[in-house]
Design a protein around this ligand. Sequence first.
Ligand SMILES: Cc1cc2nc3c(=O)[nH]c(=O)nc-3n(C[C@H](O)[C@H](O)[C@H](O)COP(=O)(O)OP(=O)(O)OC[C@H]3O[C@@H](n4cnc5c(N)ncnc54)[C@H](O)[C@@H]3O)c2cc1C
Length: 288
Amino acid sequence: MYPARFEYFAPTNVDEALELLARYDDGDAKVLAGGMSLIPVMKLRIAAPAALVDINRIDGLDTLAEEDGSLRIGALVRHKTCEHSDLLKSKYGALGAAAPLISDPIVRNLGTVAGSVAHADPQGDWGSALLALRAELVVRSADGERTIPIDEFFFGPFMTALQPNELITEIRVPTPARSAGTYLKLERKVGDFATAGVAVHVAMANGTVDQAGIALTGVGATNLRAEAAEQALVGRALDDEAIDEAARLAAEGAEPQDDFRGTEEYKRNVVRIFTARGLHKAKEAIAS
Ligand SMILES: Cc1cc2nc3c(=O)[nH]c(=O)nc-3n(C[C@H](O)[C@H](O)[C@H](O)COP(=O)(O)OP(=O)(O)OC[C@H]3O[C@@H](n4cnc5c(N)ncnc54)[C@H](O)[C@@H]3O)c2cc1C
């Protein structure tokens, strides 16, 4: 099917993009980033925006770099850039491990981290990695700028705190000290969305866990923080007992449903195993 008729704009700066979004203040204008999710839903006529505001010609939105104690991920940073980033692999393990697991090279070439978060598919991988690392989103509209902690961003499947006239200009991830993390994803075949996924991030201080981030993909209406599991780790040594308890609590905190990818029980079990595996991996990485 062809998409419904729409106006197309390709602004060359952020202010122009925001002015266009404000002009269609009933939410009838959509930001176009990689188009990997938006174009398919338009072709299926699930979405029929009156206008597309293509941000791909705006300079300066493709920054992937550390600055002032944060990693900055600009609105046009593609999955591919993250996949090849040594910085992510070395310091932001959950992000570095998630990137190559997103779909296939074609989607990774064009899809963006910010677009994925804005799309808010509960099976999206970035949401969990960013929850584990306690990211925040910098969002602008013609009225100004605000920052949204990732914990306050996802409302439900494909529903977020983002207003229709707002643009995510960048995602900021606090630069972690003495920490490690990873992302584990079960997919039926390469390129599939997650049957279940687990992002893990652990920061240590004086031999005990100072901060834990554990977040789950595909087992709830949004990417989910496994809060009880995180709390169970803080202040403890990262030993087998603590890891097993956190894994059990993460599985209990998951909200999976039976579907064609697996049963509720199966997915819960995957969460338990992956949480334990991720924590063991983080422990080894911190020790090395
Ligand atoms: C075959 C296929 C397989 C996939 N598999 C996976 C997978 O395994 N894991 C995974 O995580 N994802 C997967 N995806 C989704 C992919 O990661 C998309 O790239 C991503 O969800 C959307 O990013 P995008 O840049 O393409 O956004 P677009 O499609 O351009 O936009 C998506 C939505 O976000 C909005 N938006 C985009 N950028 C911004 C912004 N800066 N500010 C405000 N709103 C914005 C758009 O208006 C639109 O509503 C898959 C997609 C396809 C087509």
